[in-house]
Design a protein around this ligand. Structure first.
Ligand SMILES: *Cc1c(COP(=O)(O)O)cnc(C)c1O
Length: 221
């Protein structure tokens, strides 16, 4: 068994263990974040049964996953990075979920591509939960308005996503996210990365996004 396969098995066991400990009925799904990692590494992960992957750059994802998805048609790919409007059509041709919806202009473009492609893609709204000036995501104060726009333009929002501030207590931010999702009757919460997924699971994450703990260190972020 390769290292990648071993790590995936270990993380899945940990997810089960943490979920049992906090009496969660449904366990969160593991998204393997494969940005900056090779097709070979991704295929190792697929061989261990991993089906959901996350990428944060459209071009890199096209280069790697166009072929992978032909070979393994049941793979699901989530867009988790900042998204420019001119890339939305490429996202529609390759990805299954968009987790980084964060502004009206992007919602309008997604709505337009839905019509062109004749299909819808499940979306998450990314929330800048720590109100950090440099970070992507809609501020919690502007969330209501963005959700209304999505409803008006028939963009399907199934949940919220966040990257909490590096400093401070992630659990506090995850708890706030859970409250926001509940208030808007949203079923899904994408939160928790290699270093903090335990907290995220305890606070109700339905998807965790794990890169480093599966594939090892990256040269870039
Ligand atoms: C890179 C990335 C991750 C994975 O981070 P790790 O710390 O390597 O687990 C998760 N979510 C997003 C949005 C990312 O860009």
């Amino acid at each position: 068994m390769s290292n990648i396969q071993k790590r995936i098995n270990e993380i899945k066991e940990e997810i089960d263990h943490i979920s049992d400990n906090c009496n969660r009925e449904t366990k969160p799904s593991l998204i393997a974040v494969s940005k900056y990692h090779s097709v070979e590494s991704i295929i190792e992960a697929i061989k261990s049964g991993q089906k959901i992957f996350g990428e944060n750059k459209v071009q890199e994802a096209l280069n790697k996953f166009t072929e992978i998805k032909l070979k393994f048609p049941d793979i699901k790919l989530h867009m988790i990075g900042p998204l420019q409007t001119n890339k939305v059509k490429d996202v529609f041709s390759l990805f299954d979920v968009i987790q980084s919806v964060d502004r009206p202009k992007l919602v309008k473009e997604i709505s337009k591509q839905q019509t062109k492609f004749g299909k819808k893609i499940d979306c998450f709204i990314q929330v800048n939960i720590g109100n950090e000036p440099q970070k992507a995501g809609v501020s919690p104060e502007d969330l209501d308005e963005l959700i209304s726009l999505c409803k008006n333009l028939s963009v399907p929002i199934i949940g919220l996503m966040c990257i909490p501030p590096i400093q401070g207590n992630p659990q506090y931010h995850f708890h706030k996210m859970k409250k926001l999702a509940d208030r808007h009757h949203l079923k899904h919460l994408s939160m928790g990365m290699s270093s903090d997924y335990e907290h995220a699971i305890k606070e109700g994450a339905t998807y965790i996004r794990v890169g480093t703990a599966i594939f090892g260190k990256r040269d870039q972020n």
